[in-house]
Write a protein that binds this ligand. Structure first.
Ligand SMILES: [Zn+2]
Length: 208
């Protein structure tokens, strides 16, 4: 969990690599709907380009479906994106809660707003594999494809994403805190340091 620009995606990738979890990147799944012609897909793309959150029931259904597939394979899941609303977190916990008590945790990356904004303004992503990069580079360090700017990283859409975080996602963080499911990590430090702490708290809490 974390505000836009807090480094969630980057850290979720580390969790995927270092702990062997499968990652559900909600944003990428939704953005891939750009190639579809259905009315639902068109609506979703319009919303996310504007920096609004996609409809929670749609996201919840999608994420729960993917989660079940991954768990059936016997793998761990790292959620990168959803749950971003109370609806999504409640649905997810209802679905998984009973069978996975003690195996669910949230990591909250705490970053001052000003740092997170700065990160988003200079952020580019790989057009092919979605790996983030700063604008000092031209090609993706992972696959070599060309870097592009995400549509929802323009200043106006960013403002919306900030408000969505503040009014709809922060309550999710508070809810997870109240359930004792969350660990807070200072996300303003260098990526590698944050990654080490993330791995440490996951291993400790889940007994890995
Ligand atoms: Zn790439």
């Amino acid at each position: 969990m974390g505000a836009p620009g807090s480094g969630k995606g980057t850290q979720a990738r580390f969790v995927q690599e270092r702990l062997g979890f499968e990652r559900i990147e909600t944003g990428a799944i939704l953005r891939s709907m750009r190639n579809e012609t259905t009315e639902v897909a068109k609506m979703v793309i319009k919303m996310i380009d504007a920096g609004d959150l996609a409809p929670p029931p749609l996201v919840a259904e999608l994420v729960i479906g993917k989660t079940k597939e991954i768990l059936a394979r016997g793998n761990g899941v790292v959620f990168d994106g959803s749950p971003r609303t109370l609806y999504e977190v409640e649905e997810l916990l209802n679905e998984l809660g009973k069978d996975h008590v003690g195996k669910i945790m949230a990591i909250c990356l705490d970053v001052p707003i000003i740092d997170a904004r700065e990160r988003l303004l200079i952020r580019l992503v790989c057009g092919k594999c979605n790996t983030p990069a700063t604008n000092s580079k031209k090609n993706c360090e992972r696959c070599g494809a060309e870097l592009t700017k995400r549509k929802d990283d323009d200043p106006e859409a960013m403002e919306n994403r900030w408000n969505e975080f503040k009014y709809r996602t922060q309550p999710v963080v508070n809810y997870l805190d109240s359930l004792g499911l969350s660990e807070h990590i200072d996300g303003a430090r260098p990526i590698e340091q944050v990654a080490e702490d993330v791995e440490k708290v996951i291993r400790k809490r889940l007994g890995l």
